[in-house]
Design a binder for this molecule. Structure first.
Ligand SMILES: [Zn+2]
Length: 157
């Protein structure tokens, strides 16, 4: 992004997830001034690769719903935590600059974050989405369960 003061190149020094989207602090590489930009989250360019190889738009609400299921009945983790977590994952993916991501990438990001918030939920997620070797299953399928678009078992229990 161009620096608004001197039109030089800028680099991102910090990305924060807010209720409305992303707030980025940037620093100009030429004049060294700092400025902040805001981006609405849910960049339509971010796609998730499905099992059959087709792409679908990343859906933060779907990820949030999946995390809610993983963390169901855990009182150590709140819905707010999960919303933040879903947004943080989305921010990380958008930041990576990639046009499409695999479901396994999303699971891996969720795992590292959940481990810090609630190890029990992280273990549940791992049990659902990783094989015996600890590798995230590429098809994202849970054992003996039908999977839906994101590879998540979204059926009600
Ligand atoms: Zn500048």
């Amino acid at each position: 992004m161009q620096c608004p003061y001197c039109t030089g190149d800028s680099s991102v020094t910090e990305t924060r997830v807010t209720a409305d989207g992303l707030r980025r602090r940037r620093a100009c590489t030429v004049c060294k001034r700092r400025f902040t930009t805001y981006e609405t989250i849910g960049a339509p360019s971010l796609k998730v690769a499905k099992r059959d190889g087709t792409l679908e738009p990343f859906d933060g609400d779907k990820l949030y719903a999946a995390l809610q299921r993983i963390a169901a009945h855990r009182d150590t983790i709140t819905d707010d935590d999960l919303r933040r977590l879903a947004r943080d994952i989305e921010a990380t993916l958008v930041d990576s600059g990639r046009k499409s991501v695999a479901w396994s990438d999303i699971v891996a990001l969720a795992l590292t974050r959940l481990e810090n918030i609630d190890p029990v939920s992280a273990t549940r997620l791992a049990a659902n989405y990783t094989d015996e070797s600890g590798a995230v299953r590429l098809d994202g399928s849970a054992p003996d369960r039908p999977t839906q678009q994101l590879g998540l078992p979204l059926d009600e229990e």
